[in-house]
Design a protein around this ligand. Structure first.
Ligand code: 13P
Ligand code: SF4
Length: 305
């Protein structure tokens, strides 16, 4: 089927099912193009919580669709590629987290949304890369456990010297494939460019950045910056909207390794197939959902900066 025809059919089915198509900023260009809403993890989870649609088609990875299912129990949440997981999320289990908690009784757990519903259910509050610092600052405690991203955790900790952190040693393999050598080479090739990276990057890389922020933060920063050239240190999917929104600016990917295989799985054909079959549906057991929702709701209640 020709691409235009697939897109038309998707739009038609979305209407028929009163469905909304959400896509993460790392999705393939053609999937972002057809989405009703694109955004970072925080924006998409807020959108999932407030949409009036009956069906949410989530173009992203498994934990994101799970968050939508947790926040919107009355809606059907479809994940066109159920095999789209997140290796970082898989690096922590609820059992292992409970063992760590037992060694630090009373210490609150801040969990990055890149985690399973089970892990969220065993946490006190969630955060995304867009609000991690605000969430951590909102806690009165002087000591906290941060899971699973060691890089985001250490990045946040630098701005909160009065708090003690216990880090989980999880990481994003895609961001960690962006080496210091690759970034230094790009900076040498483009000395007039600013380097912007995601806080999931390794510490030696993010310490070189002119600005480190979530994917949506990058759109804001690049749009409002007077600079004309940027080296981008996050997954390649972000380039689609950056280039669209800033035709007069140049964007250079910091490393060719910045491709998340899971984020690249979902095709237009998968979206169409999912809408035709109304499957695969992502569900979360009710007891887990309720406890995970408490951690997500606490995050959503923290006033934004
Ligand atoms: P954000 O969109 O929240 O910056 O997340 C990045 C990411 O790695 C999602 O998997
Ligand atoms: Fe997980 Fe990293 Fe891929 Fe995001 S980019 S889904 S954190 S592996």
């Amino acid at each position: 089927m020709a691409e235009e025809h697939i897109k038309q059919r998707i739009r038609q089915l979305l209407k028929e099912h009163n469905a909304v198509l959400l896509a993460h900023n790392y999705m393939r260009d053609e999937v972002q193009e057809i989405a009703d809403i694109t955004g970072d993890s925080l924006a998409l989870s807020m959108q999932a919580a407030r949409t009036a649609a009956d069906v949410i088609v989530f173009c992203g990875v498994h934990f994101m669709a799970e968050s939508a299912a947790i926040l919107s129990p009355g809606k059907k949440v479809l994940l066109p590629r159920p095999d789209a997981g997140c290796p970082m999320a898989d690096m922590v289990t609820a059992e292992a987290l409970e063992e760590l908690k037992a060694r630090h009784p009373g210490v609150p757990v801040v969990t990055y949304v890149n985690s399973s519903a089970e892990v969220k259910a065993h946490s006190d509050i969630c955060c995304t890369s867009a609000n991690a610092l605000t969430v951590v600052r909102s806690l009165p405690d002087s000591k906290l456990i941060f899971v699973p991203d060691r890089n985001l955790g250490r990045f946040v900790a630098k701005s909160v010297p009065d708090k003690e952190f216990i880090f989980w040693e999880g990481f994003c393999p895609t961001h960690e494939r962006m080496t210091l050598a690759a970034v230094l080479q790009k900076k040498a090739e483009h000395p007039d460019a600013l380097f912007i990276c995601h806080p999931e990057s390794a510490p030696e890389v993010s310490s070189l950045a002119d600005h480190a922020c979530s994917t949506s933060g990058m759109y804001d920063y690049c749009r409002t910056s007077p600079a004309k050239k940027f080296i981008i240190g996050t997954e390649a999917g972000i380039l689609y909207k950056l280039r669209q929104e800033n035709p007069d600016k140049e964007f250079i990917l910091a490393s060719p390794a910045l491709i998340c295989p899971n984020m690249k799985l979902t095709s237009l054909e998968d979206v169409l197939h999912s809408l035709e079959q109304m499957a695969p549906v992502i569900t979360v057991p009710e007891d887990v959902r309720l406890r995970a929702k408490t951690a997500l709701d606490r995050m959503l209640a923290v006033p934004r900066d």
